[in-house]
Design a protein around this ligand. Sequence first.
Ligand code: HEC
Length: 204
Amino acid sequence: MAGLVAGRKPDPKYGRIAKARSLHNNCLTLPVIFLMLSNHYPLAFATQYNWIIAALVFLMGVSIRHYFNTMHSRRPAPYWTWLVTAVLFLAIVWLSAAGYRQGEPQEARLTPSQQVYASAEGFDHVKDIVLGRCSMCHSREPFWEGMRWAPKGLYLETTSDIAKAARLIHVQAGISEAMPPANVSFITPQERQAIAAWYRGAGG
Ligand code: HEC
């Protein structure tokens, strides 16, 4: 712009760069919307392969946009992109159920900072609360109706699970009422206070 105003001939390089950025932007729109919505759908993220799923979603963004971009420029429709998109999508469906690490609850060795939470005042009570109010969903084999996997892969069953997730438990169930969802497991205000007191007592 400055070059034009000064009466110089602008370098066409910048036009090409802008066009490339615009194309990238165009290909990214659908994946971005997908990723924004995906955190409500464990099928999209609750697997150890979620990063491959994200990568494939980006490729789908490219194949879908390529079809429409070509159509909109009045060139022959590249129907092969439908096949590519379908194959990518099937791969995502397959990955979403594959390779979920499950297993028996195991006591892991506590790190020094986890040890602080596990031996802090009130831990035993908090562990009872968590086992009673959270572990029906947050376990290696959830027994909440319709729940196959622990939401967000977060296990709350063992001492080490709980010590490791101390801050998250405090935030989601101690000082806020985010968990359990809609208080389905009837945690009481006193129990929330107990969680918060334990966390603060441990210096958190
Ligand atoms: C009825 C099943 C259910 C129960 C019971 C439950 N949760 Fe959850 N929890 C969920 C679901 C579903 C999500 C994922 C929410 C989302 O993706 O927005 C979640 C997410 C979380 C997260 C967020 C993890 C992260 O990394 O963002 C934490 C922490 C958590 N729960 C802690 C608890 C605690 C502590 C309790 C018990 C006091 C509890 N939950 C009870 C279903 C449950």
